[in-house]
Design a binder for this molecule. Structure first.
Ligand SMILES: Nc1ncnc2c1ncn2[C@@H]1O[C@H](COP(=O)(O)OP(=O)(O)OP(=O)(O)O)[C@@H](O)[C@H]1O
Ligand SMILES: [Mg+2]
Length: 350
């Protein structure tokens, strides 16, 4: 098992710079998730680590060795892609063991390695089937098995679950988490699905436009988003943002009180409030407005309230009685506010 280190990595396609000054140290055994919107450079970075894409600048170290110019096959990595690309004419067993056979490993040794992999992924009953005789989720498990049997130093996953339906994604996500708990292989996992990121990652690397926006544990990024982008990207339903003028400890035109030391600050401020950090108030409230939408989500309902200047989403228990069109108040807990400088879009720290 190994560490992965990216030192000032850069990637250009002609005149287009898609990755700038990317610095990251992935520890041995760590599970790191690259999270970010489409086009931010997640796959490009992963493919540079895998050796499938040239590195335009900087150093890539795996296990402390500089590997910029090393072939993919000599980097000790195994990769699982979104399109699992199994060989259709081979059985499941052959698909899994093909790489080892080609490497000249003896049949007995291959069988020994196959057993625990098949066991971990529940593929025992499918070994003699062809890929076309499997569901999408089963095919993806075969692709993961094919990577696992190589016992790599580092696992790289590029959106391995995005072709699957919600239930299968959930099941396979649990299997990947279990796999990592058992094998502890250093892993880098690319996704734009924040639920996958939050549940799998030891550490999330949140990316935007070819650079790192914020790095931290899922809890750190959720509880202390460093920028407006991070605050808006993590958390479902999305955080509400209210642009306000803070003076005298009061957010003007609303009666939201700010706790010290923000109370001393004046001038414009963007306030972020998660939908779950507010309560409805029939008669009073820091903000008041009209109920525009009332969506039933199962355990909760998401109530959209239009105030004079804003549209605010509040998550309340599903049993709450609320009707579209009625006027209602919102109570805000000042401890649960996230404050940002609207110019720099960065968090105002205490
Ligand atoms: N061969 C290429 N030539 C030019 N530009 C490219 C090439 N490959 C990727 N790009 C650009 O690099 C940027 C990063 O692409 P990348 O595939 O890494 O994004 P991503 O974060 O994986 O997105 P997605 O979530 O959609 O898979 C994009 O703007 C893309 O258009
Ligand atoms: Mg991608």
């Amino acid at each position: 098992m190994a560490t992965v280190e990216c030192r000032s990595i850069r990637k250009v396609y002609g005149a287009l710079e898609v990755m700038r000054d990317f610095n990251l140290q992935v520890d041995n055994h760590e599970f790191v998730v690259f999270l970010g919107p489409s086009g931010c450079g997640k796959s490009t970075m992963l493919r540079m680590i895998a050796g499938l894409e040239d590195i335009s600048g900087g150093d890539l170290l795996i296990g402390g060795q500089r590997v910029n110019d090393r072939d993919p096959g000599d980097r000790g990595i195994a990769m699982v892609f979104q399109n699992y690309a199994l060989y259709p004419h081979m059985t499941v067993r052959e698909n899994i063991t093909f790489g080892l056979e080609r490497a000249g490993i003896a049949k007995a040794a291959i069988d020994e390695r196959l057993a625990p992999v098949v066991e971990a992924l529940g593929l025992g009953v499918y070994l003699s089937r062809k890929p076309t005789e499997l569901s999408g989720g089963q095919q993806q498990r075969v692709a993961i098995a094919r990577a696992m049997i190589k016992t790599p130093e580092v696992f790289l996953f590029d959106e391995p679950l995005s072709n699957l339906d919600a239930k299968l994604r959930g099941n396979l996500r649990v299997e990947i988490a279990r796999l990592h708990r058992d094998l502890k292989t250093t892993s880098i996992y690319v996704t734009h699905d924040q639920l996958e990121a939050m549940t799998l990652a030891d550490r999330i690397v949140l990316m935007k436009e070819g650079r790192i926006e914020q790095m931290g544990t899922p809890e750190e990024i959720y509880q202390e988003p460093a920028t407006l982008f991070a605050a808006g990207f993590i958390g479902t339903p999305n955080m509400n943002f209210i642009e306000l003028d803070a003076s005298d400890g009061l957010l003007q035109d609303h009666s939201i009180k700010l706790a010290a030391p923000f109370a001393l600050k004046s001038g414009p401020v963007t306030v972020g409030i998660r939908p779950g950090a507010m309560r409805l108030n029939q008669t009073g409230g820091a903000l008041r407005g009209q109920v525009e939408r009332n969506e039933f989500h199962g355990e909760t309902r998401l109530v959209t309230i239009r105030t004079v200047k804003h549209e605010i989403n509040v998550a309340v228990p599903a049993s709450t009685r609320v009707h579209e069109g009625e006027t209602i108040g919102i109570d805000v807990d000042s401890c649960n506010l996230h404050l940002f400088d609207p110019k720099s879009e960065t968090r105002l720290r205490q």
